[in-house]
Every structure is written in C-alpha cells, then in structure tokens.
Design a protein around this ligand. Structure first.
Ligand code: ADP
Ligand code: MG
Length: 351
C-alpha cells in the first residue's frame, strides 16, 4: 500500500550544495584546466604553462606571469561567488573577461586540493596557501616566487567516487587537455603556451608569441595543416539583418583528415556552435568530396550585447542574436572560397 504521507522537505547542508554545484562546473579534469588557463588569460599573462599528471586526476598545475593576487584577497579567493571581474548584473552585458561567476576556484576546492602561489608587482616575496571546501587551510606563508601565479589542483574528485571511476581512463583527458591548449594557443597568439605530462622532457603543446596566426597554426598543428589553409573573411553591418565580423582560416582540397576540426572563438571565447559546424561541413561535402573533413579556425566578433555568455555553466555555448543569418553568411563565404580554390586547382591541372 502506498503511503499518502508526503516526504519531509529538508534544507541541504551547505557543503552538500557546494559539492553538487562544483561537480557541474568542474565536470572533468579538462574543465579545471580550462578555468585555470582562462584565469591566467584574464590576468594578462604572456606565458602560461600547464603540467598534468595522471590525466589531471593526480595533478593539474597552471603557472602564469600575470598580475598575481593581492595578499588581502587570499582569504576569500576560493569562496563561492567571489570575483574581481563583475560587480553588478549589468556588467555581464559588456564583460570582456573569460570569468565572471567567481565559482571556478571555489568549485575546485570542493572536489580537490588547491594550492595557490602568487606574487604581485613590487613585492619581494610571494605567498603560498592551500584551500579545502572554499576556505584557507592556514595563513598564507611567505615564499620565493617569480612573477605571476601558480595554481595546483591535486587529487581531483577524491571525494566523488563515481566520477573518479568513470574518468579512470586518464589518457583520454590528457588528449582533451592538449586539444584545448592547442585551440587556445592559435587564437591567443600574443601568449606563449606549453603543456606537458609531469616528468616529461618534451611539451606536447608549445607555442611562442608571434604576430602571425598562420605561424602559430604551423607551430601547434604542424606544417602540413598550415600549408593547406586559406584565409577567409566575412562580415555584415546591417542592424536589420546581422552585425558581425569573421576572420579565419579554412583548409583547401589538399587537406585530408579522418575528422573535422573546428576551432571557433566568438568574442574571444572558445565555444562550440553545432549549427555553424554542420553548415560548413555540408559545403565541404558538396564542393570538395575528397577533403570533406576540414580544418577550420574562425574568430567571430559581434557587439557584446548580441551575445549571451551566461547560457551554459561551463560557458561552452553562447547564444547569438541573428544566429541563423550569421551562419548562412559564413556558409556562403566558405562556399565561394572553396569554389574559387577548386577552379584554380582544376585550371592548373589542365594547363
Ligand atoms: P572568476 O574568474 O569568475 O572571477 P574564479 O573562481 O575563476 O572566478 O577566480 C576568482 C578570482 O581569483 C578572479 O576573479 C581573480 O581575481 C582571481 N584569480 C584567479 N586566478 C588568477 C590568476 N591566475 N592570476 C590572477 N588572479 C587570479
Ligand atoms: Mg575564472
């Protein structure tokens, strides 16, 4: 017999609430790396170095040469909803920084052990301090430090058994981390990135600052990718249809790959847009059947009030005003470019 007694509603303990929320922000090791590297970018770093052990489950260490963190801020640094980037809701509309929610570091302390070493300009020494569940474990200790901040996350998901089990195949996340840093490196060409496995002599991503995007793609993705790329641009400046500017590189008929690579930045945020990806792949299949798995890098810039960055907890997706029109315009630009390049190839072959 079913009981008609309603179950009692209870308030969850704060630590439970925080751990549940943290599990959403930090879904896997690569999400922690993304948050840490974005913080380094927000701190105006020119060099960002990542070290990973056991696919990020044992250790993720991100070192930068950015502006550092003030001693006075260390006490609340890893509390939930503490940020230097946003003060009122309206700021979201014009936000330039990658972060704004003040949740990433806090989340990491609820599902791992976080140690921060940082030094600000003009200081003789830095400070090191460890955090658990949002709080400092002890007073910050003075220590030797070079410019910037180093954040170490150890034993990620030590308190989430199921999550840890599903992530046991750690080489998988290392691949994702290398992929993430490769993408960031070809967009932020004024920043040098490196990523290596703990103890490894060789870095798996190593970019140097350059003024040429193509050089950067060559360094990160290799000569054969860079050799088959064509520059592409598209734009619209009609408020009744769409307002955007796109600049990028797309592969030509010489590029053959098992799967498509689409590196997309919208207002400098690394995002996914399945509609755009699909639209471009359709054009490749129709125009260059042999090279139907393209390499695409695109940077789209729109007025910030046309982009909603707050639709996804990991900020992986954004929603755009007039997305369909923008996708169509970019699709036509790609089609035109592929046709032209195909014609010139055919012409060369004939003569
Ligand atoms: P958010 O990036 O949304 O502000 P985070 O939890 O990622 O939230 O970081 C909290 C704050 O810590 C940031 O607003 C920033 O002031 C500071 N911070 C984090 N990482 C760094 C870093 N590498 N260099 C300088 N400041 C940092
Ligand atoms: Mg952040």
């Amino acid at each position: 017999e079913v009981s008609l007694e309603p179950p009692k509603i209870q308030r969850l303990e704060e630590s439970v609430v925080n751990r549940i929320a943290a599990g959403e922000v930090i879904q896997r090791p690569v999400s922690a790396v993304k948050e840490l590297v974005e913080n380094s970018l927000d701190a105006n770093s020119t060099s960002i170095n990542v070290v990973v052990k056991d696919g990020g489950l044992k250790l993720i260490q991100v070192s930068d040469d950015g502006h550092g963190i003030r001693y006075e801020d260390l006490a609340i640094l890893c509390e939930r909803h503490t940020t230097s980037k946003l003060s009122k809701y309206e700021d979201l509309q014009s936000i330039k920084s990658m972060g704004f929610r003040g949740e990433a570091l806090a989340s990491m302390t609820y599902v791992g052990h976080v140690t921060v070493t940082t030094i600000t300009k003009g200081q003789l020494h830095g400070y090191r301090v460890s955090y658990r569940d949002g709080l400092m474990e002890q007073e910050p200790k003075p220590c030797a430090a070079v410019k910037g901040t180093q954040i170490m996350v150890e034993n990620l998901f030590y308190n989430m058994i199921a999550r840890k089990k599903t992530l046991q195949n750690s080489s998988d996340d290392y691949t994702k981390i290398v992929d993430l840093l490769s993408r960031l490196a070809i967009h932020h060409i004024n920043v040098g990135f490196s990523c290596r496995k703990h103890g490894a002599a060789r870095a798996d991503v190593h970019s140097v600052t350059t003024s040429s995007r193509l050089d950067s793609i060559r360094t990160v993705y290799g000569v054969s990718v860079a050799r088959s790329l064509m520059n592409i641009e598209a734009s619209d400046n009609d408020p009744s249809t769409s307002v955007f500017k796109m600049d990028g590189f797309i592969s030509d008929s010489n590029y053959v790959a098992k799967k498509a690579t689409m590196v997309l930045f919208i207002n400098d945020r690394l995002v996914e847009c399945s509609a755009l990806k699909r639209a471009i792949e359709i054009v490749y299949t129709a125009t260059l059947p042999k090279a139907s798995k393209p390499f695409i890098y695109m940077s789209i810039v729109l007025p910030s009030e046309h982009v909603d960055v707050n639709v996804h907890p990991t900020k992986r997706e954004v929603s755009l005003l007039n997305q369909e029109i923008i996708v169509e315009k970019i699709q036509s630009a790609v089609e035109l470019k592929l046709r032209q390049s195909n014609e010139s190839v055919t012409y060369q072959e004939q003569t």
